[in-house]
Design a protein around this ligand. Sequence first.
Ligand SMILES: *Cc1c(COP(=O)(O)O)cnc(C)c1O
Length: 324
Amino acid sequence: MSELVLPVYEDVVAAAQRIAGHANRTPVMTSRTVNEEFGADVFFKCENYQRMGAFKFRGAMNALAQFTPEQKKAGVVAFSSGNHAQAIALSARLLGIPAAIVMPEDAPAAKIAATREYGGKVILYNRYTEDRQQIGKDLANKYGLTLIPPYDHPHVIAGQGTAAKELFDEVGELDALFVCLGGGGLISGCALAARHLSPSCKVYGVEPEAGNDAQQSLRRRQIVRIDTPKTIADGAQTTFLGDYTFQMICQNVDDIFTATDEALIDSMKFFAERMKMVVEPTGCLGFAAARGMKESLRGKRIGIIISGGNVDISRYAEYLAGPR
Ligand SMILES: *Cc1c(COP(=O)(O)O)cnc(C)c1O
């Protein structure tokens, strides 16, 4: 495991060049209300405005763009019920690569439809009786497909890091950066950018309170596995860090915090009401945690990555209408 070749900042720079022209350079937004509430300068990097609605397009595009001609011809396989599936399907279509996406048969119909619309061939499985990893591996072996995992891959990590690179390039150095955290691909890449472009910036991960495996893993310096957490943050229901992301988090991340589902809903309402922005529950993690510790952030320059905006619209309406 210690022999893994971890990505470095130069890989993030190369990724930025590779995905330019495909990925959106997403806006950095500010809010006077937030700045007053915090007594700080807060910059939101809005990946909810990325293509297909989340930062995952960056990593997927960076990975697929490096396929050899043989790999391109055979195709890519991914297993995911969420944003990674759509990111792979869209990137593959743009590059003319066939894509097979393994999804649970009870995944939201809208997500299955979106993946198909982006051109992915959806392979459904029963999540209670079948093993998606095995299905993905079997497909890879049988048809010579290349498997691209959602976070534990150097090209995926380098691609995700371009989000923070763009933020620092635009606003300069920061005192702290808050990053939503599931399997750790986004924060691993963003921390590389921070270490290079703003060396004294603290890098904080934020995961759902119901599933704090990364927090435990960082503090114990070993990968801790948990059961699938019950949380509305469906993009961060991962149960363990990857081998790459664990090492990179131990090297470059200062601390990991958690946010409750209630705090995520409060943040979602705030984004909708005050900033006119649709943000999915997982995308609210960074802001929710920063809000909870704003006294310690007074007078500072803070970056917050909003990771995505894909939320079922009727469920979203329920979140906004609910009590609190
Ligand atoms: C995947 C995802 C995350 C978590 O990213 P990791 O790289 O797994 O840590 C956070 N937010 C959204 C919207 C996602 O799709």
